[in-house]
Design a protein around this ligand. Structure first.
Ligand code: PLP
Length: 463
């Protein structure tokens, strides 16, 4: 951790600590738009370049160590390089990387998923979560012979054409740049948690094939789901013959071994997975009712005289991801990793709120399960961190992260040895524990005091 009271400005201090990252960022800018390979990794003036990672930590090319709450975009419930996952993947890698045929690992992988998530009567593997939600939507349309899907504003389901409007912008449902109007016109948006709006749409629009949601709420609970909402959606969709898709790309195997559907006691028609399902390696899956997945079956579709939905994909069920996934799901099945991560996140939320109260900063840490969201209070509301209720705020405000402030908070935290994601969210792993919580609270203190000195935040009481 750097000295808290040096006189350099935040950006100077960051540059002084990360010269190796600065050099790599310069090269990256000539190769990638904004120098990054995922929008979520964009940071001004530049992000860190990581050389190695283990457990809850990662080290940049300048040798600085960070407590890593970015969590591989949520993929790392077991932390970095869990020995069992690394060993299984290494063994698979040395055996074959692509058989161009079926293999026993894909069967064991699917069996492990179905043992945890019984709604997955049949499955197909994909290479990412984006591909998984794309396939789920196509299956839903084919099964119901209806055109439209219903989504919730702010919920994220990947970046394919059906999923772009209403996530960060285009809240009116118009097509985002590069997407066809005809696609956007077949996506209906409702506000999160607005059951009445969903009921109205389903009662009046007979073209809705499916409702898809992040079951615990947008961005893993940044806009949290209200109690009873998933169950009510299940009841409503069933009544109207509309499919319910749980996008468990983040929640799957993270909130509980059986995912959010196990926690809520809801059986969706289709489920999408990625991230943890492949042990933190590339991979995704779609599971669901056998009669829906039958649209991918050569024989069933032929018997019924139906057109089969094509589903190729060079790296579907690749053996290395399969081996990592089997190892990870074996550990998840014990229930321990989810329980540990959930407990650590709860403790971090509590400790951060104590810090905000002590500093007189009207921010709050909130979240559910293993998620921690920092609410930077863009409207300057009078809030008490310890009793903050995200449900009392409009969803747009919960989701808002003033870009300049978010960048400066991230820089100040990096400087203090902690990495959070661009939405100022943190995902706990089973390898984070009390030491990482305390290191993180200390880093927040150092970062907030620096930001206060530089005029980014106002603290009512300085300690
Ligand atoms: C809920 C949800 N669905 C889908 C996706 C897309 O997954 P991928 O990044 O693997 O394409 C993500 C990615 O963060 C996600 O959080």
């Amino acid at each position: 951790m750097g000295p808290p009271y040096d006189n350099r400005t935040l950006e100077d201090a960051y540059r002084a600590r990360t010269p190796g990252s600065a050099r790599l960022a310069e090269r990256a800018r000539s190769l990638f738009p904004s120098g990054v390979t995922h929008d979520g990794r964009f940071l001004e003036p530049y992000g860190i370049y990581v050389e190695r990672a283990f457990g809850p930590h990662k080290w940049d090319v300048d040798g600085n160590r960070y407590v890593d709450w970015f969590g591989g975009h949520g993929a790392l419930l077991l932390g970095h390089c869990h020995p069992a996952v690394t060993e299984a993947a290494s063994r698979a890698l040395a055996t074959m990387t692509h058989p161009g045929a079926g293999h026993a690992l894909e069967i064991r992988w699917a069996e492990a998923i179905r043992a945890l998530v019984p709604a997955c009567e049949r499955l197909r593997f994909t290479s990412s979560g984006t591909e998984a939600t794309l396939l789920a939507v196509r299956l839903a349309r084919a099964f119901t012979r209806r055109r439209k899907i219903l989504r919730f504003r702010t919920h994220f389901h990947g970046w394919h054409d059906h999923m772009t409007s209403g996530w960060q912008n285009h809240m009116d449902g118009t097509a985002t740049r590069g997407v066809l109007d005809a696609v956007a016109e077949n996506v209906v948006l409702c506000d999160p948690n607005d059951l009445r709006a969903v009921a109205d749409v389903l009662a009046t629009d007979r073209e809705i094939a499916a409702v898809i949601l992040e079951p615990t709420g947008a961005s893993f609970g940044m806009v949290p789901t209200r109690d009873g909402f998933p169950q009510a959606l299940r009841e409503l969709t069933e009544r109207h013959g509309v499919l319910l898709i749980f996008d468990e790309v983040v929640t799957g195997f993270r909130v509980a071994p059986g995912g959010a559907q196990a926690v809520y006691g809801v059986r969706p028609d289709l489920v999408t997975f990625a991230k943890i399902v492949a042990g933190g390696l590339p991979g995704g899956a779609v599971g669901g009712r056998v009669e829906i997945l039958d649209a991918l079956d050569f024989v069933r579709t032929r018997e019924r005289g139906e057109e089969k939905i094509g589903h190729p994909g060079t790296f579907n069920a690749n053996p290395v991801s399969a081996a990592a996934g089997i190892a990870a799901l074996g550990l998840v099945a014990t229930g321990e990793p989810c329980a540990r991560a959930n407990a650590t996140a709860a403790s971090l939320r509590e400790r951060l709120n104590e810090l905000f109260a002590e500093l007189g900063l009207p921010w709050a840490a909130y979240g559910t399960f293993s998620g921690v969201h920092v609410f930077p209070n863009p409207e300057g509301r009078a809030i008490d961190p310890s009793s903050f209720d995200p449900h009392a705020l409009p969803f747009a405000e919960l989701k808002a992260r003033p870009p300049k402030l978010a960048h400066r908070v991230r820089l100040a935290l990096l400087l203090a040895g902690v990495d959070v994601n661009g939405q100022l969210a943190m995902l706990a792993s089973a390898t984070h524990g009390p030491a990482e919580v305390e290191d993180t609270v200390a880093a927040f203190r150092e970062a907030l005091l620096r930001l206060a000195r530089e005029g980014d935040v106002a603290l009512r009481s300085r300690t």
